[in-house]
Design a protein around this ligand. Structure first.
Ligand SMILES: [Zn+2]
Length: 683
């Protein structure tokens, strides 16, 4: 054996040997059923096909690979099904930035051309993402790999939409949606971020009463003023009319309990087209809807003299034109919804969109949580999911972008209210809806569609899956949707356990970001210190649901651990010719301790306490095996053959965490027994 472990000589070669041996590929479901072998399944959260790897990817690859390697060694048919996501708006946004650099925009191309260009761009980068996962040692079954826009996946997603439609769970309606006028698309409530902002609140004289508002420009679309019917100040006014300043339109004063008597003057302007609360008031009082802001972010024709102005320019002009009708202006701190991609203020706009009625779906997901069919790990995460499920509003699944699956709705002669749902054109005179599905509509079916479109019998054999492991910040946006749609499609919750890892922060506990310059590049660290060092640094600090800290120092430190494993192997291999046979007492102690360590690590992995399992294995190997047992052997108190057998067991326990160095030593010492990756887990 060489003096030191040099990861650059082993990692790529060992990965190739594993992959070519077929050990990553468990049998097709049909075959598996015949063997009666126990399945173990993890569906990989599909990263954005276009995204270079960041530390969060390295975290999920490490944790999932540990579970998969452990269960494979236990003799289970372990399937880790990989894939990538087209990531709708995220990818289109990145692509548009690239176009902008070339002096072009999405409006320079027709739909088909733009789609084709993004497709080529994504496919070019897809290989990079996959190779990076391999570099991290991911023992995933690449022969079952899926992309969210593979034709067979698209077919299944469309089938789901049709089923929902046939079951009466899809409807088209004009509702206020969260719209980004920069990205040119609507979003669901889950995609809107909130920012604290220092704005102003304006008090405007409406004649019979005064109203307070943060958005004077929307007054052009006011169709009522509302007061609380319990408010004694305005008792006689409900039912009367006021004249809307600047516009000179007569609008009613309505009584509605939504109005907060403490806010401003206790009287509020009602603009159903541009505020979600006002929309509700409009529905209750049957008010007219006047849309004064368009999807391009400019004032519409309905804004009269203000048509064509941007929202902010219109606000300034309205304030100026109000003259002495503007009574007071005060600073005001409030939370504003912004686009999660480009951070422009979200405009609530009335648009006709397709919605899923979520109530029948959320009830079943809640039942699956209550019956523990699915268990969510991580402190408080189960409660958060409950909260989302109990409060979820109908899901708007229309997106006004080209990068996605086009909604399979067909209109006869362009009549947007008369439609049929069909995979292909129903005939002459039909045109297809141009909107595409929300990305999360397809990824929300991921556990079902990836297995249904794979090898024969895969769905029956490998569904429901065992663990869904992902970042906690996508619990509502993704994990919840997978529960809703998968239960709807199959009657069974898609996973037994949800393991949520936290953010990986820097060594000082700060959030990593490119702009702060504290982000670490996982692949750079793999090259410098070896993949095992990065994996160990990541996993040892992790607890479900909690953030963890990692940095270069920690990874560098872990390189010593890899060397420790290697050197112990070398010590055992290169011992002098005189074999040590001890008197037996310490040998028994050694064997008993090894049994205890084995049981402990096994128990922790079965409980999904992957961080503690890594720590235990690390500490026992370092402080017990190396510091104590090897010393006792040097003192001739532990026999050579006992020590060697113990080392072999330690290698198997260490393998899921540090697969490369353990396999490298194994090939030096125990090659006659096959590969460590497929060796049995000790009992
Ligand atoms: Zn945006």
């Amino acid at each position: 054996m060489q003096k030191n472990y040099d990861h650059t000589q082993y990692e790529d070669r060992l990965y190739k040997t594993w992959e070519e041996s077929g050990v990553f590929t468990p049998p097709a479901g049909e075959e598996l059923k015949k063997t009666g072998k126990k399945p173990f399944t993890i569906i990989m959260p599909p990263p954005n096909a276009n995204d270079p790897m960041h530390i969060g990817h390295a975290m999920f690859v490490t944790i999932e690979d540990i579970f998969i390697r452990y269960h494979r060694m236990k003799g289970e048919a372990s399937l880790w099904l990989p894939g990538t996501d087209h990531a709708g708006i995220e990818t289109q946004f990145v692509f548009e930035k690239k176009l902008a650099k070339e002096g072009k925009s999405r409006f320079d191309f027709d739909r088909e051309t733009l789609y084709k260009m993004i497709w080529d761009y994504v496919k070019e980068n897809e290989g990079v993402a996959l190779n990076q996962m391999k570099k991290l040692g991911a023992s995933a079954d690449w022969s079952r790999y899926k992309f969210t826009l593979d034709p067979e996946i698209v077919k299944e997603v469309i089938k789901t939409f049709k089923k929902l439609h046939d079951d009466g769970l899809i409807y088209k309606a004009e509702k206020l949606v969260n719209y980004c006028t920069r990205c040119g698309t609507a979003y669901s409530e889950l995609e809107v971020e909130h920012e604290e902002r220092e704005d102003k609140i304006y008090t405007i004289d409406y004649g019979l009463l005064k109203v307070a508002t943060t958005r004077p420009e929307t007054m052009l679309g006011d169709t009522a003023v509302a007061v609380n019917p319990k408010d004694k100040r305005y008792l006689g006014l409900i039912g009367k009319m006021v004249t809307l300043p600047l516009v000179n339109r007569e609008i009613p004063i309505v009584g509605d309990e939504m109005v907060d008597m403490e806010f401003g003057t206790g009287a509020v302007k009602i603009t159903p087209a541009h505020d979600p609360n006002d929309w509700e008031v409009g529905v209750r009082h049957n008010l007219e809807i006047i849309t004064v802001i368009g999807t391009n972010g400019k004032m519409t024709e309905k804004a009269g003299a203000y048509a064509g102005l941007s929202v902010s320019a219109c606000r300034e002009k309205v304030i100026e034109d109000l003259g002495n009708k503007l009574i007071e202006t005060k600073p005001y701190l409030h939370s504003v919804g912004v686009c999660y991609r480009c951070h422009r203020t979200i405009e609530p706009l009335p648009i006709k969109q397709f919605f899923i009625k979520v109530k029948p779906l959320t009830e079943k997901a809640l039942a699956a949580l209550d019956s523990k069919e699915t268990v969510v790990l991580g402190a408080g995460m189960d409660k958060i999911l409950h909260h989302w499920l109990e409060n979820l509003r109908d899901w708007n699944i229309s997106r006004q972008i080209v990068w996605g699956i086009q909604i399979p709705v067909w209109y006869k002669n362009g009549n947007k209210d008369d439609y049929v749902v069909s995979e292909t054109s129903p005939g002459e005179g039909y045109t297809q809806e141009t909107d595409t599905f929300d990305t999360w509509f397809s990824s929300g079916q991921w556990p079902v569609v990836t297995l249904k479109t794979n090898k024969p019998g895969d769905f029956d054999a490998y569904y429901p899956t065992d663990i869904m492991e992902t970042a906690y910040d996508i619990l509502p946006i993704w994990v919840m949707r997978m529960m809703l749609l998968s239960i709807y499609l199959t009657g069974k919750s898609p996973f037994k356990y949800v393991y949520l890892h936290g953010l990986v922060r820097d060594e000082k506990g700060q959030k990593m970001s490119k702009s702060k310059g504290n982000a670490i590049n996982p692949l750079g660290l793999c090259e410098k210190y070896g993949t095992d060092s990065l994996r160990m640094a990541l996993v040892m600090s992790t607890t479900a649901g909690q953030d963890s800290n990692t940095g270069e120092n920690k990874v560098r430190g872990m390189r010593n651990f890899g060397n420790k494993i290697w050197n112990a192997g070398r010590f055992i291999t290169e011992k002098s010719a005189d074999e040590i046979v001890a008197n037996g007492e310490k040998d028994e102690e050694f064997k008993n301790k090894l049994l205890v360590v084995t049981k402990e690590v096994t128990k922790l992995l079965d409980q999904l306490k992957v961080g503690l399992a890594a720590e235990t294995t690390h500490n026992e190997f370092w402080h017990w095996f190396c510091d104590e047992a090897i010393e006792l052997n040097k003192q001739k108190l532990v026999s050579d053959d006992v020590l060697k057998a113990g080392y072999k067991t330690m290698l198997t326990l260490l393998h899921p965490f540090v697969p490369f160095v353990t396999e490298a030593v194994w090939q030096e010492m125990f090659a006659d027994q096959g590969m460590l990756i497929s060796y049995s887990w000790p009992k």
